[in-house]
Design a protein around this ligand. Sequence first.
Ligand code: ATP
Ligand code: MG
Length: 655
Amino acid sequence: MSSIESVMNETRVFEPAESFKAQANVKGMDGYRALCEQAEKDYEGFWAGLARELLVWKKPFTKVLDESNAPFYKWFDDGEMNVSYNCLDKHLATQPNKIAIIFEADDGKVTKITYKDLYHRVCTFANGLKALGAKKGDRVIIYLPMSIEAVVAMQACARIGAIHSVVFGGFSAKSLHERITDASASLIITADGQFRGGKAMQLKPAVDDALAMGGCECVKKVVVYQRTAGETAWDAQRDVWWHDAVQGQADTCEPEWVNAEHPLFVLYTSGSTGKPKGVQHSSAGFLLHAINTMRWTFDYKDSDIFWCTADVGWITGHTYVTYGPLGIGATQLMFEGVPTYPDAGRFWKMIQDHKITTFYTAPTAIRSLIKLGADLPKQYDLSSLRLLGTVGEPINPEAWMWYYNTVGQTRCPVVDTWWQTETGGHMITPLPGVHGLKPGSCTMALPGIMAAIVDEAGHDVEKGKGGFLVIKRPWPSMIRTIYGDPERYKKNYFPEDLGGKYYLAGDGANCDLDGYFWIMGRIDDVLNVSGHRLGTMEIESALVANPLVAEAAVVGKPHDIKGEAVVAYVVLKGARPEGEDAKKIVADLRNWVAKEIGPIAKPDEIRFGDNLPKTRSGKIMRRLLRALAKGEEITQDVSTLENPAILEQLKEVVK
Ligand code: ATP
Ligand code: MG
């Protein structure tokens, strides 16, 4: 691929208000540029300075970056610290009684826990884990609903140096089994069940089933947090109630001082593009970036009440629920339930009730909330909000505009944060007191993050031309390896074609003449229409800009003359159309795209669904749509697919 063409023509820019800029942690373009220059002049010195400022070290590091075994990079390698100490103990002297977590349950019940109480809870549970035989380096699977306990479990693992691997509570026994065996876990922490949308659902049976599938001899104990108190099958040899595990345990626990590079966790990617990969992260480098991006991207202030809606089963929940907010000492909200229960105003009501200042969610949630009630936010008092963020997929400019106007009331900057499980934290994102915002652009790389766009030989492409998004230098919070598969790590992220030195993100992107990055979709998803290479994102955004359309996904299918034909899967705001209605809307949408971006992007085929196939983290799975477009049976990995039934519906072509 020499380049990907951009057909997007987004010209709106929203500058930060002077009042926001004046109070921002990074002030204006000058402040931003000064940090970038510092990083360019003395890369190691820049990161070392941040690591000394933001982390507490048991044993200070003297080496910064070790590149001797590239691409297996090491940071701060002779230093010793503990992540849980840095998230809890560190705050005991200054703010023991500050609320760390406000937890709102599915039924609306609110529980608050202070830093001091959280510290004791973590210590007690850490002692409980040790008593069950868990120790430094062991892998622990955490399969819990959103709860204070989920954070306690993760922090307790960090405290004793055990490596956690959180599996999202919506995953099946089979997915769980794959992860248990891949990580050869010795312990599982789960719950009897969870509440979602007013219903109690069992969780532990999935663990029982996974363990019955065989090959799980590694698992010695299963700790079960009692949440729903329904009937629970029990293996007296293996299973232990959480409340029994902590019974009689001391409420302080000396942290296990680990090397900076000691693995903090392994987390499997969403599986949007293939089989999930076990991404392994370090302790110090990861936490450093988590804390620093709270400060820079989210412009963290002591008075903030932060809410990241991601489940702790995703990287976003790791970095911006369990580690970043606690590392910086914030008060944050955690939510057990779903945005549609008891009604589609739940998020807005929670922002109002808890006076949320900083709200971070995913484009998929934004699009579905628009579909369910674009005017609903107006019924709530959202005046506490001062900053909005998104993550997970490119945000279509029209969804961005709604978020900015209706939720943020044009007062709140929107930080569109591009990053990945592998990057550990934000990489390319606006800083709210710095960048003029262009809807749909993640703007510029953070200081110290050397993002660039290159062609297939690894050469920089001109501004305005699309290509592969790469990071040219290692950074502290980067993936260290794929668990158990270092070769795959090397091949996947540091391909020889690019010289073996650049981190290849796997996304296609374009950098405009102002130096703003635009993510155009996955490299795997790029279309080749009559010799033009087009990103999926732009055609999708054009469709979403049509007033009838709630969501769209675009893929290619082989075409004799054009090379590839454009196939669009569309979800309307109203009901799924049929017959003549459907035909008319297809014609209208084809013309609409032709008008919005040009005839080249006009879909050859449009199919309607009530929804799109998504990962359980809410991302569109275009690889499945590609198979459907070609009329193939689905033989790929669908372990992370949320709604398999939707595939049947999307086989139907409007003729
Ligand atoms: P897999 O690697 O298994 O296919 P995945 O890539 O979906 O799964 P994640 O690490 O959760 O797993 O997602 C990272 C990807 O999400 C990025 O590579 C990018 O494609 C997309 N993404 C995340 N944030 C943004 C954003 N702000 N703008 C555009 N794309 C984004
Ligand atoms: Mg990925």
